[in-house]
Design a protein around this ligand. Sequence first.
Ligand SMILES: *Cc1c(COP(=O)(O)O)cnc(C)c1O
Length: 379
Amino acid sequence: MQTSFLRPTYIEIDQQAIYHNVFETAKRLHDDAELFAVVKADAYGHGLVPVARVCREAGATGFCVATIDEAMALRSAQITEPILVLGISSPQTVAIAAAQHISLTFGDLDWLKEATRYLEQTANLPALNLHVALDTGMGRIGFTDQNQLATAVTQLRQSKEFNFEGIFTHFSTADERETTYFEQQLAKFNAMMSVVGERPHYVHVANSATSLWHQVCHANMIRFGIGIYGLNPSGNQLQLPYELEPALSLYSELVFVKHVQAGTAISYGATYHATQDEWIGTIPIGYADGWLRRLSGMPVLINGQRCPIVGRVCMDQIMVRLPEQLAVGTKVTLIGRDGVDEITAQEVAEYSQTIHYEITCGLQDRIPRHYLPKREELD
Ligand SMILES: *Cc1c(COP(=O)(O)O)cnc(C)c1O
């Protein structure tokens, strides 16, 4: 979508918060463990390249993305650290990945066979770095069978097209208080690792939740995602062991203010009627920006006061009920702090019955991102 710089709706990204979150996490890792910053989906809506740069300064030694295109965007921005594509890439794309030193994930023997076929058709490429995915209970991608895993590892070690760089799994319940399923997955992981023999360079099992709430030995890299952005992976279920600072705020301003009489209908479907004489403000953001249609009724902050969205959320605009007459141009906080009050991505997620991941990822590139400098850059 066309980024709309000239509209007064913008996202503010606090680079100091990102630095803090990554630095505080990296310093708690044991000495030979590394933090890879998960910056897929445009860094969860925070902006791929600027976030990657701050993470690198704060101690991240590699990156994880979801697609080869995301990895290539990092390479184009002179990010030279290891980059792992977490999802399954088409075997047809292996030459591109090898040429750009992008590490790929696979989880079955067929993929390996296809990838070999494509790489054999090329010449003078560096070996393709591969990470083996183990499905220990997530049910998404990866080997479940020890024999097939053993075959894959042998094939990797014998091939000159590939470098067996890593092996990993992913936990589906690491953000929950109940740990039985987590422990079953861990036991399955250890059982599968027993057929691997010599360990590859990276053994990794932890997303943010696992790194925050579980001690997992024998791994030497974490895939730190949501924590970078200062959001609690569990929502509010589990308490953070150390403070993370939310990095994203969303602001706009009133572009139209009117006084209406009791009974006046607002927005599509005329579902809202003013109950008395009211001041109504219009804000230029809507569901096309990722401000979901089901956020009707959710408050925004104006002058430190909560003002509810009245009537339906439109594609590009919302209406709110104001406590009094306010000037066009008055600042509106949709996510973030205003005075003593704060609306968090978690609150928006709860209101719309989803998780904060989906809220920040869903904020469209129609909204420009502004980056607040790190503190030392302010001195
Ligand atoms: C997205 C993803 C992560 C990061 O998860 P967070 O909960 O954001 O920390 C880690 N590992 C894999 C395999 C992922 O797909």
